[in-house]
Design a protein. Structure first.
Ligand code: HEM
Ligand code: NAG
Ligand code: NAG
Ligand code: NAG
Ligand code: NAG
Length: 327
């Protein structure tokens, strides 16, 4: 017998626990046929306003899906009794363009209220960001539900630091059934977007506590980075993650081969033998990269928590429900 005090929780769970149907393409074909089209328009409009928003939106998929599955938990604002993921170590002062997802959600709520989850919007948006940056297009599986909670601690524990090395990243990705090849292909997202000086000063001036720079950085590239990010300078200044940060292409891998990776976690993919072969392959063959990237994004999008969910009305807050008042 459940103790009486647990009853409100049980009721809450019954109220929202709908067995999650399998994800599938064209999930909203009948219930919101314009959904994918409308999300793409919002991403496009925002890119015209600010090109970097594409990269920022793309990154949200990784940070949502690795922490308890692709459930929109990333998008929840903190509340007085829940510390969410936005202020976690990897996300604070770093993740951005949440308002682009809000805009897509508002648009869809205007057309088909209560139908399209924030978790799905994020998956569509991450794909659209790639397409609109000159990358591949693919069909996304949909039908996710939005989480009822979020965990700052889980995000802190899971999300990798820019200092991470390839062997750590291989092990981390394996926990999500993602291979070394998936790791390298998905890191190719860094073909677009920017990173902060805060994320690289250690490797410019004190790699692994040696008091020396990372020896894997090309000397001329390092001079440029030193100018961008002087010792003791503004950690919020940003630089491109590859030489063409607005184009989704395989330049990122060519840069890694030339010691021109921005992040330590990027450059180490070339330093380390098990991942180097894929960096070489993707640098040489753009189509191999695009194919592996799409496969990786689909696998990343398949991660699910199995927990009960809902279709949020506002991506930043869980829907209010009467049972809340009992608690
Ligand atoms: C392999 C492990 C990864 C690490 C350690 C990592 C780390 C980082 C870091 C440190 C930044 C710059 C943040 C800042 O300085 O504020 C960044 C940016 C970015 N990351 Fe990753 N990342 C990884 C994998 C991924 C994956 C799998 C994706 C997408 C599928 C992704 C997409 C992006 C994008 C698009 C940006 C640029 C965002 C912007 O310009 O706002 N990253 N990442
Ligand atoms: C990679 O990082 C892990 C964890 O931070 C560390 O234990 C390991 O020694 C590093 N490996 C190499 C080859 O530097
Ligand atoms: C990885 O695959 C195994 C075997 O198919 C499965 O049991 C496990 O739940 C998967 N893990 C994740 C995080 O998807
Ligand atoms: C470099 O890092 C080591 C270990 O973290 C630290 O003890 C040392 O003070 C740092 N040196 C500089 C110049 O910041
Ligand atoms: C970057 O800017 C934010 C917000 O203005 C500030 O709180 C933070 O301390 C800055 N971070 C760094 C590394 O300088």
């Amino acid at each position: 017998m459940a103790p009486i005090a647990l009853l409100p929780f049980l009721i809450l769970n019954l109220a929202v626990a709908t067995a999650a149907p399998p994800l599938r393409p064209r999930f909203y074909e009948k219930t919101c046929p314009e959904a994918e089209h409308l999300v793409r328009d919002v991403i496009k409009k925002n890119m015209e306003r600010e090109p970097r928003s594409a990269a920022s939106v793309n990154r949200l998929q990784f940070h949502d899906c690795f922490v308890n599955g692709c459930d929109g938990s990333l998008l929840l604002d903190d509340t007085s009794n829940m510390l969410g993921e936005k202020l976690s170590l990897s996300n604070i002062n770093s993740l951005r363009s949440y308002e682009v997802i809000d805009e897509a959600k508002e648009t869809l709520e205007g057309v088909c209220p209560g139908v399209v989850s924030c978790a799905d919007i994020l998956i569509m948006a991450a794909r659209d960001a790639v397409v609109l940056s000159g990358g591949p297009d693919w069909e996304v599986k949909l039908g996710r539900q939005d989480s009822l909670t979020a965990s700052q601690k889980d995000a802190d524990d899971i999300m990798p630091s820019p200092r991470a090395n390839a062997s750590y990243l291989i092990d981390l990705f394996r926990k999500f059934n993602l291979s070394a090849k998936d790791l390298v292909a998905l890191s190719g997202s860094h073909s677009i977007g920017k990173g902060r000086c805060f994320s690289i000063v250690f490797r410019l001036y004190n790699q692994s506590g040696t008091g020396r720079p990372d020896p894997a950085i090309d000397p001329i590239f390092r001079e440029n980075l030193d100018k961008l990010c002087p010792r003791g300078g503004d950690g919020n200044v940003t630089g491109g993650l590859d030489a063409t940060p607005e184009r989704f292409d395989n330049q990122y891998f060519k840069d890694l081969m030339n010691g021109r990776g921005f992040l330590n976690s990027d450059q180490t993919l070339f330093t380390y033998p098990k991942t180097r072969q894929y960096v070489r392959l993707f640098a040489r063959n753009r189509d191999e990269f695009l194919k592996a990237f799409v496969e990786g994004m689909i696998k990343l999008g398949d991660l699910q928590s199995g927990r009960p969910g809902e279709i949020r009305q506002n991506c930043r807050v869980v829907n209010s429900r009467p049972v809340d008042e009992l608690m």
